[in-house]
Design a protein around this ligand. Structure first.
Ligand code: CA
Length: 228
């Protein structure tokens, strides 16, 4: 069955073009032109991925929609933003968007991103793999993480980063290496993207995010996972 992609975007020209390319690539497409209808469509259509415009008309903008989605779903979200919305897209990442694309983008690029993000979120190793370091337990196949026994909800990027860290406790990663771990190689401002993902991760796994115990900053180089 074709995977369903939900497009929430008020510019119909973009909706139609992206829909066309996605359908040609074998996906099925649902769409909505504002946030309220977007959330309704999400519940109805149960899409595998959401393409979410940041600047939507009506009561809910893209950030509101992303926040609402993240309350009870790990669905991959790719935000669609304009150049001038730099600050907002960082907030989007903070809210757990997996990726974002800056307008104008080519519909081919959208299809490539959709494919990459889906592959990442669905990646299941054939053999189950459990990694446990210092009370954090990750089930690689199920992409499930617990901290001291309590489940935490991570986005695809956050999960990929955590796994890269946990597979090599004590190894110092540069931001470029971490970017590779997320397979998000296309974004030009990656340093801040990684910093944002690490910040999000800390909020989810650290007892005190201001005094990290697991995810340590290595000044002027990058980050490492504790060896203890
Ligand atoms: Ca818009």
């Amino acid at each position: 069955m074709a995977k369903r992609i939900l497009i929430v975007e008020d510019e119909l020209k973009i909706v139609r073009t992206v829909q066309l390319y996605l359908e040609q690539a074998g996906y099925s497409v649902a769409w909505a032109t504002d946030g309220t209808n977007g959330l309704a469509a999400f519940r109805q259509e149960n899409p595998a991925l959401v393409l979410l415009d940041l600047n939507l008309p009506g009561e809910l903008d893209g950030l509101d929609v992303c926040r609402a989605l993240r309350r009870d779903s790990n669905v991959p979200v790719i935000m669609l933003t304009a150049r001038s919305e730099e600050v907002d897209r960082l907030i989007g990442l903070e809210l757990g968007a997996d990726d974002y694309m800056t307008k104008p983008f080519s519909p081919r690029e959208v299809v490539a991103r959709v494919r990459a993000v889906l592959r990442r979120s669905e990646q299941a190793d054939s053999a189950p793999e459990l990694i446990e370091v210092s009370g954090i337990r990750a089930d690689v196949q199920r992409r499930a993480v617990t901290v001291a026994g309590a489940p935490v909800t991570l986005t695809a990027n956050e999960f990929d980063l955590l796994i890269a860290f946990m597979r090599a406790p004590g190894r110092v990663f540069t931001r470029a290496q971490l970017l590779e771990a997320t397979q998000d190689t296309t974004y030009e401002g990656y340093e801040r993207t990684i910093d944002q993902h690490v910040k999000n991760l800390r909020h989810k796994i650290e007892p005190d995010p201001r005094e990290p115990r697991y995810l340590l900053t290595v000044r002027s180089v990058g980050y490492k996972f504790t060896e203890d």
